[in-house]
Design a protein. Structure first.
Length: 178
């Protein structure tokens, strides 16, 4: 799906669904937090949450004292909802409105976290572009955390098809490219 269609889809989605109505809502995203804690060398590590939108991960990272947090999302509506929820604390976060594939990362991060975007990249070329981006956007020795649906997972999410090994692709391809 090209960028404008992805953006239109998510703007509409976040305009018609409340935070707790989405299937991925977690008041405290424990698994993501655990992976970040295990990957971090300290609270000053720079962290980017890809497709983080209105996720509560940013709230938790700030509460735990991480000082360099960025959230990237294609939906300005999702980012605005998160900023409103955080109030004045939102000024501590770098908010990036962009489709991940169109983003030009200006400075690499210590930790790249994606629990929301990669599985929507159903085209092999898009996944290759994503992998190329991560190789430049994650510092040498940094951590790349990417969650996708399992083999028995759904074939669609939020009205969009998702990448799946069931379609004949190897989910390890991202690691192979890196």
């Amino acid at each position: 799906m090209e960028t404008p269609s992805r953006q239109v889809h998510w703007e509409q989605f976040y305009s018609t669904h409340r935070e707790q109505e989405v299937s991925w809502f977690e008041a405290t995203p424990m698994l993501s937090l655990e992976m970040i804690r295990k990957s971090a060398t300290g609270k000053s590590d720079s962290i980017v949450d890809i497709g983080g939108g209105n996720s509560r991960l940013v709230d938790c990272l700030l509460a735990e004292g991480y000082g360099s947090v960025a959230v990237l999302d294609v939906s300005s509506r999702a980012l605005s909802l998160a900023q409103a929820r955080l109030g004045n604390t939102a000024t501590k976060v770098q908010w990036i409105e962009s489709d991940v594939l169109g983003w030009k990362c200006s400075s690499p991060f210590d930790i790249w976290h994606d629990r929301a975007a990669y599985h929507f990249l159903t085209d092999l070329q898009d996944r290759a572009a994503y992998a190329a981006l991560t190789s430049n956007a994650v510092k040498s020795g940094g951590a790349l955390i990417v969650a996708t649906f399992g083999l028995e997972g759904p074939r669609s999410c939020s009205g969009l098809p998702v990448y799946s090994r069931q379609r004949g692709d190897d989910c390890r391809r991202l690691c192979d490219i890196l």
